[in-house]
Design a protein around this ligand. Structure first.
Ligand code: SF4
Length: 309
């Protein structure tokens, strides 16, 4: 199994035996996780209060439990042009699952009669630094009222790998950084197994602000926020995008499909030519470590795409 020898060496360097190759295609070259990455790789000093909290954003069961109509609504809203989402329209209100109390009037920062001030246009022209500044002051959706800090994302602006999660969780909201806490440490271990560090990749979320109580993002929130991620992709120009978790996959692909069906497929992100693969969210792996082998398979698939395979 020559393609995985280096990764296994990294894991051995971590002092753990995991990500052992598993037969997934009829030969002996598959990959299987056989021990507890979480126990071996996660710093026990980390605050584990999240474990008793509601499932973190991006977490998911193996079988998608969201009601079918909710998935459809999210995908439909994400697919709709931003300027078609008019929150005070009864027709749109049935399409976008907004809670009445979270509905906001059109932000004063969006003068509709001046195209030069169209925030989406500004986002599409921003460099990474100015984009981060825009996110830090963004009030484009109701999450601006409940967040503590925006979470722009971080990493190498010239990265080959772009990892995309769902939305900030509690720790991210407090610190303003993507993928911190135990899920972040598990992601670090996954990167290490690939011979990568945070400085080699770029990590971001679909939403830049935490949904209250880690609830699922709503359709309008995705529509309002996705121009930021789209611009991040445009600026970083990764060789592969890894969508982590059901929601990130559905939002990026504008699909209501089940993550179990999306895994193992090769997609393209919005006709950019950038390949996209779907895998489980690290927070999900914290609760279901027996799925680590599948994630490793997905990461190897992504690496093959980078290498032109
Ligand atoms: S989630 Fe996105 S669109 Fe909503 S306030 Fe935060 S940065 Fe703005």
């Amino acid at each position: 199994m020559p393609t995985d020898r280096s990764s296994l060496a990294y894991l051995e360097a971590m002092g753990v035996d995991l990500w052992i190759r598993r037969d997934v295609s009829g030969d002996e070259s598959g990959v299987e996780a056989v021990n507890e990455l979480v126990d071996e790789s996660v710093d026990e000093s980390v605050d584990v209060a999240d474990e008793s909290a509601p499932p973190p954003a991006g977490d998911e069961p193996v079988e998608v439990t969201a009601e079918p109509e909710t998935q459809t609504d999210v995908a439909a809203a994400a697919a709709a042009p931003a300027d078609t989402v008019t929150v005070d329209s009864p027709a749109d209100a049935t399409q976008v699952p907004l809670e009445p109390e979270t509905i906001v009037e059109s932000p004063a920062t969006e003068p509709a009669d001046d195209e030069t001030q169209d925030p989406v246009e500004l986002i599409a022209r921003a460099d990474l630094e100015s984009l981060q500044t825009m996110v830090s002051g963004c009030e484009r959706c109701p999450l601006s009222r409940t967040r503590n800090k925006t979470v722009f994302g971080s990493g190498n602006p010239d990265a080959d790998w772009l990892f995309v999660g769902e939305a900030p969780g509690r720790d991210e909201d407090r610190q303003g950084e993507a993928f911190v806490g135990k899920a972040g440490q598990l992601l670090n271990a996954m990167l290490f197994a690939l011979g990568l560090t945070r400085d080699d990749v770029f990590i971001a979320n679909v939403l830049k602000c935490r949904p209250p109580d880690n609830r699922d993002p709503m359709g309008e929130e995705v529509v309002r926020c996705e121009p930021y991620l789209h611009r991040q992709v445009d600026l970083v120009q990764p060789k592969v995008i890894v969508a982590m978790g059901r929601f990130a996959a559905q939002a990026l692909l504008r699909s209501g499909d089940n993550i179990s069906r999306m895994r193992g497929q090769q997609y393209e992100y919005r006709e950019t030519g950038i390949p996209l693969v779907v895998t489980y969210h690290p927070a999900y792996l914290l609760r279901t470590p027996d799925q680590k082998g599948k994630v490793w398979d997905d990461l190897l698939q992504a690496r093959r795409m980078i290498n032109g395979g």
